[in-house]
Design a protein around this ligand. Structure first.
Ligand code: NAI
Length: 296
């Protein structure tokens, strides 16, 4: 049975939405939790201590252990990790969940939006993980659960957001190789759940209502708890999850086309074969991945 007795977890962006749900579930399963949240708007402006304070109060009222931290994941990741060490003396689990979303067509000040998304999503995830790393090694059962997105499939006017989520996918898959010999497992979720972010997104109103009725954050958090647990059996994977469904998000290659006399014309002539979905093979799990092509 999954238990976090004796474990210390950080959940970033845990003042609302998915993060609040993850923090409450981990605390109810015995974890001591740092509830981090900057408390800004869904697009990444402003700050408030109220969201994190409220979640901490709820956890303590339910008999759990939690402290609040109000640092931005991109500005002071070390401060978030210091909160865990100061309050609880160790750190076993990092759930990188904090996020923002600004819809932005690829025009005008698009680069400012790309930088902002990379700062919060990617540098936030990488920064908190880097600050936590020595403590996760010391834990012997360190766990990192990152948050990417099903929008990786592509989404109009979301280039900044989806690009940053793509960086998190690559970070997860790659760092997992270094975590493995250290007892650290790094996985990600690609969730869908009703939240402030989804409420403010440019989505059809009937889909938003469907999300409110059928896709609660509480049905995503069990996947996070599994991936954060000592018994988690997987590493370097992305699990797409919504409404109680959990699926492997697959990266892979197909059989393609090969010719040692390759020309641009031949690429064009064989483009159907090159895109043939029927020959797709997913990448193996990282413990079975063949890295000989990159000399490892
Ligand atoms: P939300 O807007 O309800 O919650 C996000 C929380 O992150 C907020 O409380 C906010 O104050 C906090 N935050 C933002 N920037 C921060 C920073 N720099 N430092 C610390 N905290 C910060 O959004 P939601 O939906 O709960 O999103 C949580 C995560 O799940 C995000 O990474 C989001 O991109 C991801 N996600 C959500 C989906 C959904 O369907 N709700 C779909 C795919 C991904």
């Amino acid at each position: 049975m999954v238990s976090f007795e004796g474990k210390v977890a950080i959940v970033t962006g845990a003042g609302r939405g998915l993060g609040a749900s993850h923090a409450k579930l981990l605390a109810s399963l015995g974890a001591s939790v740092v509830v981090n949240d900057l408390g800004g708007s869904a697009t990444g402006t402003g700050a408030s201590t109220a969201p994190a304070e409220e979640v901490v109060a709820e956890i303590i009222a339910a008999g759990g252990r939690a402290v609040a931290n109000f640092d931005s994941v991109s500005e002071n990741p070390e401060g978030i990790v210091a909160s865990a060490i100061d309050a609880f003396g160790k750190l076993d689990v990092v759930v990188n969940n904090a996020g923002i979303n600004q819809a932005h067509a690829f025009e005008g000040d698009i680069m400012a939006s790309i930088r902002k998304h990379m700062e919060v999503h990617f540098y936030g995830t990488a920064g908190v993980t880097a600050a936590a790393w020595p403590h996760l090694i010391a834990s012997g059962e360190g766990r990192v659960v990152n948050t990417t997105s099903p929008t990786l499939v592509g989404f109009p006017e979301q280039t900044p957001y989806v690009s940053a989520k793509g960086a998190i996918l690559a970070f997860t898959r790659t760092l997992a190789f270094e975590g493995a010999p250290l007892g650290i497992k790094i996985n990600a979720i690609a969730p869908t759940a009703a939240s402030r972010m989804s409420d403010e997104a440019d989505l059809p109103e009937d889909f938003k209502q469907f999300m409110r009725d059928n896709l609660p954050a509480s049905l995503v958090s069990p996947v996070v708890a599994y991936l954060a647990s000592a018994g988690c059996a997987i590493n370097g994977e992305v699990l797409e999850t919504q409404g109680g469904a959990v699926k492997r998000f697959v990266l892979g290659l197909n059989g393609g086309y090969a010719n040692t006399e390759l020309t641009a014309d031949l690429v064009g002539e064989h483009i159907a074969e090159i895109l043939d979905a029927s020959t797709h093979v997913p990448f193996a799990t990282i413990d079975q991945q063949d890295l000989s092509a990159v000399g490892k």
